[in-house]
Design a binder for this molecule. Structure first.
Ligand SMILES: [Zn+2]
Length: 472
């Protein structure tokens, strides 16, 4: 399997350090606001990666962090600055209550979108001792320095700084001239970043050897990932905006503290546009999971949209993408329904080369997660499969085709549990009879079939994507 590594700028063979066991860390949300459709595309990418490893039969230890250390002051809450939910202010919540509110919403959205549960969600507020220990190690090793109650990482002491993002220290220094402020005055180099800060106005504070304060954002991820995945682990993902400074800083802290390589493979999802525009509150195009559900899209349809393009491509979505996904997925769902019926019949004359489709699917996925190509393989599997069914597939061949379709669909999480859609064979036969009758303009026979379906407690709708069955 080949994946594109941001660290080496190359698409390279991926093999976990421990055979068939991937240790993966996904940068999670800052829980001071809702996650929007663009964020969920990045999380869906990590979910697909995990599902595909599991499809291969590999074990995955997945950690997702929750940044719940709110960099908030009471002034922020009072003024209702952009990051705080209006409701939270009205309810008089504390910072941690705001965080927990949005954390729960994140968990619920993930469940709605059928994302697999990680081994652990690591909350920053529950790992302060690990962060303090790592900061102390960095001070002991002389790669960090203290100014009053603040501790900074000294980038000039870490020769590898810039290896992920390509931002050299000289370039940063040139770009930073003219900036003022306390932090700038305290820092030895403009790229130095805070590991620990004291600020009396900050709402979350913990005791530390350097004074009561709070950790910097970057140290959270270095401390939590190594705590659960080891000093060196396989894979770290995030959005493209995480590359610099966040992930650059994570590497510097972890490698300077442990003296070992931090992460083998770094993967970053590109950003998503909505109707050709950046997603932002000011443009009023922040789409939430609940907005998609309210519009009547199923979790499977939403997933089909989110995963249908490769993570490394910048994509542009709109409500039209959802309509397109509904249609495309409808064909696959209908194919599954036909296979379910066919599996109950005796073997027929039709043949279907399952191995070819499986290998093509894997070849696309092994090529740096070419999901668009893999979905294309699913659709051609459907074409070939429908042709085979028309010739009479039946028996074991149909059962095996159904099994393969379920397995491949499961990599994307785009097929609802089969039981929900199990339509009795008699209903399907009647619906087909009705369709045939309509085709030959025998409306009397068509109406009779429809009434019979109704008397058996079902309804059939003709949609532009084929027949839809509904239990009355
Ligand atoms: Zn992170």
């Amino acid at each position: 399997m080949k994946l594109h590594n941001t660290l080496t700028h190359k698409t390279e063979e991926f093999a976990p350090i421990e055979d068939r066991h991937v240790r993966m860390y996904n940068c999670g949300p800052t829980v001071y606001g809702d996650q929007h459709i663009g964020n969920y595309r990045t999380f869906a990418f990590a979910d697909i990666l995990r599902r595909y490893f599991e499809y291969k039969g590999w074990k995955v230890t997945q950690i997702i962090n929750i940044t719940d250390v709110g960099h908030l002051t009471q002034d922020d809450i009072d003024s209702g600055e952009d990051k705080i939910d209006v409701m939270a202010r009205k309810m008089g919540w504390t910072a941690i209550q705001v965080a927990e509110h949005f954390m729960k919403r994140f968990y619920e959205d993930r469940k709605t979108l059928l994302m697999r549960e990680p081994a652990r969600f690591t909350r920053a507020t529950e790992h302060i001792p690990q962060m303090i220990a790592m900061i102390q190690k960095l001070l002991d090793r002389g790669v960090a320095y203290q100014v009053g109650g603040n501790v900074y990482f000294d980038v000039s002491k870490f020769p590898g700084y810039g290896k992920l993002s390509g931002n050299t220290l000289d370039a940063i220094k040139a770009g930073e001239s003219g900036r003022v402020g306390d932090e700038v005055k305290e820092k030895r180099h403009p790229a130095d970043f805070a590991l620990w800060k004291t600020d009396a106005k900050h709402l979350m504070q913990w005791d530390a050897p350097w004074g009561r304060g709070f950790p910097g954002w970057h140290i959270e991820c270095s401390a939590m990932s190594t705590a659960y995945l080891g000093d060196t682990f396989d894979l770290h993902t995030g959005g493209e905006d995480n590359i610099f400074p966040h992930h650059e800083a994570e590497i510097a802290q972890a490698e300077a503290a442990t003296g070992k390589p931090f992460v083998k493979m770094w993967m970053h999802a590109r950003h998503m546009l909505w109707d050709g525009k950046k997603i932002s509150k000011s443009l009023g195009n922040v789409i939430l999971v609940e907005d998609m559900i309210k519009k009547g899209y199923t979790p499977q349809e939403i997933r089909y949209v989110l995963v249908s393009t490769r993570y490394s491509q910048r994509v542009n979505f709109s409500w039209q993408s959802f309509e397109d996904a509904r249609k495309a997925l409808g064909y696959i769902v209908e194919f599954r329904r036909r296979l379910q019926d066919e599996a109950k019949k005796p073997a027929g004359a039709g043949t279907l080369d399952l191995e070819k489709h499986r290998l093509e699917f894997e070849a696309r996925m092994d090529d740096d997660l070419d999901v668009a190509g893999a979905i294309g393989v699913l659709q051609s599997f459907r074409n070939d499969g429908n042709r085979a069914i028309d010739q009479g597939l039946g028996g074991d061949a149909a059962k095996k085709a159904l099994e393969l379709l379920e397995r491949l669909g499961d990599v994307f999480g785009i097929l609802a549990p089969a039981t929900e859609e199990a339509v009795p064979a008699e209903i399907v036969a009647l619906a087909n009879a009705r369709l045939e009758a309509r085709k030959r303009k025998d409306f009397k026979a068509a109406d009779e079939a429809r009434d019979k379906i109704k008397s058996l407690g079902w309804a059939v709708e003709d949609t532009k994507d084929g027949m839809k069955y509904k239990k009355l």
